[in-house]
Write a protein that binds this ligand. Structure first.
Ligand SMILES: Cc1cc2nc3c(=O)[nH]c(=O)nc-3n(C[C@H](O)[C@H](O)[C@H](O)COP(=O)(O)OP(=O)(O)OC[C@H]3O[C@@H](n4cnc5c(N)ncnc54)[C@H](O)[C@@H]3O)c2cc1C
Length: 362
């Protein structure tokens, strides 16, 4: 695991998820090794030296630092066979790029996926694990670990049954109970498959209710997928001050190296920051307002903003985070070239009675 610059809460959550996942594998007679280190390179080196495997199966690296680490491993362990497996999420990214190229806008991407029915089926893990004998005498200490995947699916099914019907109307609010699916944490931890989520929504549409809201949840999951494809296609350019933009005249604001120097004088942004720092979660609307303020009012580098989110978000996800920051900064895929949010208007529309601001300004 490479866990640099994450908040303590997120670090603990990642550790817990890894243990929860290994618990499930132990059940299938597979004994995973969890090695937590700040450096992924150290972990790989150590494990290869101690286990001496013939073959290493690894997710295909897409970013420069990952490619560099794998090149070093290849050079240090010449006889090791390295199999790079492309990341597949809702769709097969490699095949998509080969067939359609990278769509410059989300809209084009969505239309291609929907028209060609490109969303993959979930992997049938039961079938794949059929050869493994189930162990009966599980170590006692594991019995207390919650099956976090099962827990998240149960939670989501509950959301489908009770709240999804109004998702399109509620998802854009700045605060409130059950206004959105809360899928981002389990998705970002890799403990819940987006394909399984889409399958559950499709089944719900077929058997219970199909409306604009059920469609919109899939629409948002496609946004996530689009940013995953963007990371796959553009690689480390997403960490570039100019993002993936071809525009040479992009304004580059100064970087922030010391978070304690950040000052949020606006009462709405102050509240958003309070919620972010205290809970590790803010809604999509709050993220947009914060990002616009950071870039357009404070005139600071969007990259610093993205790193700031990385250090606090419980659902931090590289492509979704950098993709959204680039979009608002106008160095990504937004055909309109960036977003500026008028703070007074945002307050009037999303917090007219100051409920949200009062809650977080104590
Ligand atoms: C500046 C900025 C930074 C962000 N950083 C992250 C991040 O690090 N991790 C993260 O998971 N999301 C990020 N988002 C996207 C979005 O805000 C969160 O996914 C969402 O608020 C999480 O709550 P939810 O799961 O209840 O969302 P829902 O509205 O229920 O959406 C369901 C799922 O769709 C996807 N989704 C929703 N909105 C977006 C979006 N704008 N872009 C891409 N995918 C989306 C997410 O996977 C989400 O879990 C960011 C958005 C902005 C504007």
């Amino acid at each position: 695991m490479g866990l640099r610059n994450l908040s303590n809460k997120r670090f603990e959550l990642k550790k817990y998820s890894a243990v929860s996942l290994s618990h499930k594998l132990i059940d299938k007679n597979i004994f995973p090794i969890i090695n937590i280190d700040k450096s992924f390179e150290n972990v790989l080196n150590y494990q290869i030296k101690s286990l001496k495997p013939d073959k290493l199966l690894i997710r295909e690296p897409i970013y420069d630092n990952e490619i560099k680490i794998l090149n070093k491993i290849e050079n240090s362990f010449k006889s090791l066979e390295i199999v790079k497996i492309p990341l597949q999420s809702l769709i097969n990214h490699k095949e998509f790029i080969e067939s359609y190229g990278f769509p410059e806008t989300f809209s084009k991407f969505r239309k291609i996926v929907e028209k060609n029915n490109l969303i993959l089926n979930p992997i049938d893990t039961k079938k794949n694990f059929i050869d493994f004998k189930v162990r009966s005498n599980l170590n006692k200490e594991y019995e207390r670990i919650v099956d976090i995947e099962k827990f998240s699916i149960k939670d989501f099914i509950n959301y489908l049954k009770k709240h999804v019907k109004s998702y399109k109307e509620t998802r854009d609010q700045i605060h409130g109970q059950n206004i959105s699916s809360q899928l981002s944490v389990p998705l970002s931890l890799g403990i819940l498959s987006p394909r399984r989520i889409v399958k559950l929504i499709n089944e719900y549409e077929k058997n219970v209710l199909s409306n604009q809201s059920t469609y919109w949840l899939k629409f948002e999951l496609l946004w996530r997928e689009y940013f995953k494809l963007l990371g796959f296609y553009h690689g480390s350019r997403i960490f570039n001050p100019k993002g993936i933009s071809q525009n040479e005249n992009v304004i580059q604001h100064p970087e922030v190296y010391d978070w304690s120097k950040l000052e949020f004088k606006d009462d709405l942004v102050f509240s958003i920051n309070e919620q972010l720092v205290k809970t590790g979660y803010i809604t999509n609307r709050a993220r947009q307002i914060f990002a616009s303020y950071f870039i357009n009012n404070l005139k600071l580098s969007w990259l610093s903003g993205a790193r700031y989110f990385k250090s606090y978000l419980m659902d931090y996800d590289t492509e979704t985070n950098y993709g959204n920051w680039m979009y608002i900064a106008g160095v990504g895929t937004d055909p309109r070239g960036g977003r500026v949010f008028n703070l007074e208007k945002q307050k009037n529309v999303y917090d007219p009675n100051m409920e949200y601001r009062k809650k977080w300004q104590i």
